[in-house]
Each structure stands twice: as structure tokens, then as C-alpha cells.
Design a protein around this ligand. Structure first.
Ligand SMILES: [Zn+2]
Length: 126
């Protein structure tokens, strides 16, 4: 059962939908994330600092793609190096921009799974 919940929350994150009700849209516009679900009121991210988690997801995915592509290009003798490096450069710039909403959605799904989106901000200040 926990595996279904895990896969569903991450799938909802990929779709940028609320991990609790699976219907509410996380984003108003392409780059503008809502703080709460418009349908069930689920808080997507606890505070503004949570954006760094989505950025970490984005950086890891971008590095993975660049490293795998670099290894494929580096091992191949039939792919011309200069055009391949230009394409990798464009991918390294464009992918994190286009992946930004999905990475924040995935992070919101992870926060939902761990329950960290429900904690109060002042829980560590005591
Ligand atoms: Zn919801």
C-alpha cells in the first residue's frame, strides 16, 4: 500500500497536481506555484525556503542527463564533438528551465509523503 501511495504522490508531482486529492493544480501559471491546493487546501510547501528542495531535484535531474549524454557522446566515435557539445550546452540551459515546475511538483509530492508540508515553521525555534 505504501508503494502505491509513493508512486501516486510522485506521479501527481510530475503532473503538477495535488498529492492529497489528485485534482488540484499546483501552478497558476508556468512558473507561479500556489501555496495551497484550490480544492482540498493541502499546503504544497511549508515556507518560501522549500523552493530549494525543488531546485535540488532540478539540479540532480539536469546533472544526470548531462553526465549520461556526455558519456554517450564521449564513447561514440561517430558523433561530431563540436555540434554535440553545442547541443549539450543548449540542453544544460533549457532543461532546468522547462523542468522547473515538474521539479517543484516532485518536491511537493515528497513533502506530502514525509508529512513535512504540515509542520509549523516555528517547530525548531523552541
Ligand atoms: Zn488537493
Amino acid at each position: 500500500m505504501w508503494l502505491v501511495t509513493l508512486v501516486r504522490a510522485l506521479f501527481d508531482g510530475l503532473r503538477r497536481r495535488c498529492p492529497r486529492c489528485h485534482r488540484g493544480r499546483m501552478f497558476e501559471k508556468f512558473f507561479t506555484m500556489r501555496t495551497h491546493c484550490p480544492i482540498c487546501g493541502n499546503q504544497f510547501e511549508r515556507s518560501g525556503g522549500e523552493v530549494s528542495g525543488g531546485m535540488a531535484v532540478n539540479i540532480v535531474a539536469t546533472l544526470f542527463i548531462i553526465i549520461v549524454s556526455g558519456v554517450i557522446v564521449g564513447r561514440s566515435t561517430s558523433i561530431p564533438l563540436l555540434p554535440a557539445l553545442l547541443v549539450l550546452g543548449v540542453v544544460a540551459i533549457m532543461f532546468p528551465i522547462m523542468f522547473y515546475p515538474i521539479s517543484r511538483g516532485l518536491w511537493a509530492g515528497i513533502l506530502f509523503l514525509t508529512g513535512n508540508n504540515d509542520e509549523a515553521d516555528d517547530v525548531y525555534r523552541r
